[in-house]
Design a protein around this ligand. Structure first.
Ligand code: C2E
Ligand code: MG
Ligand code: MG
Ligand code: MG
Length: 288
């Protein structure tokens, strides 16, 4: 009887206790295999537009993982696991190499690459990044590394050596998801950041209420007076686009203009062979 009871108890408790751990272990194992094999991973590129000329002036590299059984995995589902396990280092370096090689011959100024705070905390990151960029043969002044605002604020001193080295090599730094991390503009001067990417949550508030529009206008005015470039992320409507153009935002990125797309598609787009957002290979909003 006690045996049956024990088994019942095990059945009752075990799934809720072990399953998240097992799922995580499986995800880690699968991600490790994906990084080693390489063929499940790809990089999607989302165009960045000049607010003045409407031309594509840059592209953001966004990692994609096609899991053999589970299909397309969103970065939000596996980047945290990659960060916890250290796999973000080989993964991030793979993305950087891919993106630099792909963008080398594209007629755009900038290739933007997301960098995790875990990568930046490694004192060797700066040298490794310079090595990757040199090997790709792209002008370092065309490479912009995106670091989230919260990461920079929390770990500025840990990142300082890497950031100084990268900047000395000519690489640019953008603060991603700006507005979510409570930094002051005096902070930004101190960190020697080149650009702020205004978080989508602020762009969403344009025209919802007058306060939302006033806030984003103030952010852009302050950034400009500090000598920073501005990019608005998550532009989804014509109204948002016009407003951002009117208030002097430098660059625009979002589904209204173009979804992230494979290298071959943005390559074609840059040759003027197809129009933005209409390619079959480009991602639909649901998939991102
Ligand atoms: P992020 O760097 O802020 O990238 C922008 C995200 O917003 C992308 O999602 C992009 O597809 C999405 N997006 C772009 N325009 C719009 C829009 O108009 N509306 C909406 N709703 N979304 C838009 P994605 O590709 O799922 O990436 C999510 C996050 O994962 C990224 O946010 C970044 O933090 C991280 N990530 C992606 N690739 C990498 C990578 O290679 N390395 C690292 N460390 N992180 C990455
Ligand atoms: Mg980014
Ligand atoms: Mg962002
Ligand atoms: Mg974001």
């Amino acid at each position: 009887e006690s045996k049956a009871h024990g088994r019942g108890r095990h059945k009752f408790f075990a799934p809720s206790m072990d399953e998240p751990i097992r799922a995580r272990e499986a995800a880690e194992r699968d991600l490790r295999a994906a990084i080693e094999a390489g063929d499940q991973l790809s990089v999607a590129y989302q165009p960045q537009y000049s607010a003045i000329t409407g031309e594509i002036v840059g592209a953001e590299a966004l990692v994609r993982w096609q899991h053999p059984e589970r299909g397309q995995m969103p970065p939000a589902a596996f980047i945290p696991i990659a960060e916890e396990t250290g796999l973000i280092e080989p993964l991030g370096e793979w993305v950087m190499a891919e993106a630099c090689k792909a963008a080398k011959d594209w007629p755009i100024q900038t290739i933007s690459i997301n960098v995790s705070p875990v990568q930046l905390r490694n004192p060797h990151f700066g040298y490794r990044a310079i090595g990757i960029i040199s090997d790709a043969g792209i002008d370092p002044a065309r490479v912009e590394l995106e670091i989230t605002e919260t990461a920079l604020i929390d770990s500025a001193t840990q990142f300082a050596v890497n950031l100084r080295l990268l900047r000395a090599f000519g690489i640019r730094i953008a603060l991603d998801d700006f507005g979510t991390g409570y930094s002051s503009f005096s902070h930004l001067r101190e960190f020697e950041v080149d650009r702020v990417k205004i978080d989508r949550t602020f762009v969403d508030k344009i025209s919802v209420d007058a306060g939302g529009s006033a806030l984003i206008r103030a952010i852009i005015d302050l950034a400009r007076s500090t000598g920073l470039q501005t990019t608005a992320e998550g532009v989804e409507t014509d109204e948002q686009k016009s407003f951002l153009q009117d208030i002097g935002c430098n660059e625009l990125q979002g589904f209204f203009m173009a979804y992230p797309m494979p290298a071959s598609e943005i390559g074609k787009l840059l040759e003027g062979k197809s129009s933005p957002g209409r390619d079959d290979a480009a991602e639909s909003p649901k998939r991102t």
